[in-house]
Design a protein around this ligand. Structure first.
Ligand SMILES: Nc1ncnc2c1ncn2[C@@H]1O[C@H](COP(=O)(O)OP(=O)(O)O)[C@@H](O)[C@H]1O
Ligand code: SF4
Ligand SMILES: [Mg+2]
Length: 338
């Protein structure tokens, strides 16, 4: 199946997040179904930052929320530290879920407007119920300070009194106060202006370092992903297209979609020769995805086979995986990797 397959999953003890055959479907009008995420797999090693990239509407947020079980996926497996969390209930789910936190795209609407900042940040600790009231306040205020806000003045105020960047700091404090092992950041800077974006990215980098976090960093902006990630997973219309270490993926993309995405980023050097494939046309509807390879309607390399048969992810170069019948390599694939 296109973009399906698990050849790129790693099987070592360092893997903290294992997402396998994840599928998210929504009900549309009448009998319609939205195939938002269709059988994707990826993993993250402890301390790694995995970038998840693709155009708006390709299923990134649906994948992120279903990993968090908010709500659980239509089907598939999510393992955290080797424990399957799909289907867990009650206290066991709360225990496992506390290892996972999420930061959302729109910082202002993701915070309850009626609550004080201190209560927003402390909420998870209160639900956990492991600490005394005094301990919760101490820990909450220390975290508010660590994200760059003054707990004295910020604690009693409400989200609308803060800028977008400050609200994202509050969201980061709310996630970090629970001491998670893995944080899924869903386009955490796309709603912010450029200067503030850099500050929030630096804060996330600092948090990652300090707490030895694993990050799944979602973005449609390739530059942000390139700057932060160790490994990149490229998605197209609910499928995984390509997975590789960041440098390798950006210097030698083999999937025509990744190539087109990279080529569509404006070249900072105006004298540079603008290269080949630009991405044309819109993302097809996830209610009626193309047969075979879902990218075929926009792919400059498409051939008849692409409409008939879904390509499965395979290793094209050592450690570099793609789901494409005709990857962009010099010479036949079997000469690159047998
Ligand atoms: N709750 C929902 N009900 C129906 N369709 C949805 C819902 N949430 C998302 N979608 C659709 O699923 C597809 C993937 O959306 P999303 O996961 O938000 O993509 P991305 O985060 O990559 O922009 C889109 O076509 C979107 O309109
Ligand atoms: S060459 Fe075929 S399989 Fe590869 S991305 Fe294009 S349409 Fe898909
Ligand atoms: Mg999204």
């Amino acid at each position: 199946m296109a973009g399906s397959g698990t050849a790129h999953l790693r099987a070592d003890d360092d893997v903290i997040l294992g997402v396998r055959n994840l599928t998210v479907e929504y009900r549309g009008k009448g009998d319609e179904r939205v195939y938002a995420v269709s059988d994707i797999s990826f993993d993250a090693r402890r301390g790694e930052t995995v970038g998840l990239v693709g155009e708006s509407g390709c299923g990134k947020s649906s994948a992120a929320k279903s990993i968090m079980q908010l709500p659980p996926p239509t089907s598939g497996s999510v393992q955290v530290d080797g424990v399957e969390i799909v289907g867990l209930r009650g206290s066991e789910m709360r225990r496992q879920r506390s290892k996972l936190q999420m930061i959302f795209q729109d910082p202002i609407s993701s915070l309850n407007p009626l609550r004080r900042v201190e209560d927003i940040v402390a909420e998870g600790l209160r639900i956990q119920g492991d600490l005394s009231k005094a301990e919760i306040i101490t820990r909450t205020r220390a975290m508010i300070e660590r994200v760059g806000l003054d707990p004295e003045t910020a604690s009693d105020r409400r989200p609308h009194e803060f800028s977008g960047g400050q609200c994202q700091r509050i969201s980061i404090a709310r996630a970090m106060v629970l001491d998670p092992e893995l944080v899924i950041c869903d386009e955490p800077v796309s709603a912010l202006d450029v200067l503030v974006q850099a500050q929030i990215i630096n804060l996330l980098k600092e948090m990652k370092q300090r707490y030895q976090l694993t990050l799944v960093f979602i973005a449609h902006d390739l530059a942000v992903v390139k700057n932060l990630s160790d490994r990149v997973v490229v998605m197209y219309l609910g499928k995984v297209c390509e997975v590789a270490a960041t440098e390798e993926l950006f210097s030698s993309p083999v999937h025509p979609y990744t190539r087109a995405l990279i080529d569509s980023v404006p070249e900072p050097d105006p004298t540079a020769v603008v290269s080949q494939a630009q991405l044309e046309g819109d993302l097809p509807s996830p209610m009626n995805p193309p047969s075979g390879c879902r990218f075929r309607t926009r792919c400059p390399s498409a051939q008849e086979r692409c409409a008939l048969e879904e390509p499965e992810i395979r290793e094209i170069r050592p450690g570099h995986f793609a789901a494409c019948h005709f990857p962009l390599v010099d010479g036949p694939v079997d000469k690159v990797l047998v």
